[in-house]
Write a protein that binds this ligand. Structure first.
Ligand code: TMP
Length: 204
């Protein structure tokens, strides 16, 4: 028996993270066992790599390899065992983020990303990906309101984030059954209604 794997994606400031725990709770009320996790991170080692990835300057290929290193650990220790037990995994970002940020944002060759993706998770893909999309200026305003230190990605210029957004939208266009675009400018209630509808019709 295989569980379901749902991922959340979007540019920084899209507001996706506030819906992750909510969706998991809703699924638990429906009787599912649900793990909430995130990337980079999700394991003890992955969280250490996250610290480095978010704050230490590094070469683009190092950054990409570390994203996939954390992902391999995450898959081996949490995601794959949970799915094999028939449980659900709701993950804040996964490989679509690497295509969008390291590929679209930073310009890493797509063939390299495909090789790493194949090595690290073979044919395993999320059952459903919820892509939170909104105009860049709205996302930037939200980030500017954050009263914490911004990480290396949040500090990137607007053109970087615009490329990330376009890369995400292109991926959604090429995998419309898996990747569903959510208008992140809707109210929280409207977004939750839409999430319920999409998950109920695709996964339950
Ligand atoms: P978060 O703020 O949504 O937790 O994500 C942390 C940052 O890491 C975010 O700015 C996007 C970035 N990131 C990548 O650049 N590549 C990846 O593969 C992942 C998972 C995240």
């Amino acid at each position: 028996m295989k569980g379901k794997f749902i991922t959340f994606e979007g540019i920084d400031g899209a507001g996706k993270s506030s819906h992750v725990e909510w969706l998991a709770e809703w699924l638990r009320e429906k009787g599912q066992i649900v793990h909430v996790t995130r990337e980079p991170g999700g394991t003890e080692l992955g969280e250490k790599l996250r610290e480095l990835l978010l704050h230490a300057p590094m070469h683009l290929e190092t950054e990409t390899l570390l994203m996939f290193t954390a992902r391999r650990e995450h898959l081996a220790r949490l995601i794959e065992p949970a799915l094999n037990r028939g449980e659900w995994v709701v993950c804040d970002r996964f490989s679509d983020a690497t295509y969008a940020y390291q590929g679209g944002g930073r310009g890493l060759d797509r063939a390299k990303l495909q090789q790493l993706e194949h090595w690290v998770h073979g044919s395993l893909q999320p059952d459903l990906t919820l892509l939170f999309d909104l105009p860049l200026d709205v996302a930037r305003e939200r980030i500017a309101l954050a009263s914490r230190m911004l990480d290396r990605f949040e500090q990137e210029r607007a053109d970087f984030h615009e490329r990330v957004r376009q890369a995400y939208l292109e991926r959604a266009h090429s995998a419309p059954m898996r990747i569903r675009v959510i208008n992140a400018q809707l109210s929280i209630e409207e977004i939750r209604k839409e999430l319920q509808h999409i998950v109920a019709t695709n996964c339950l």
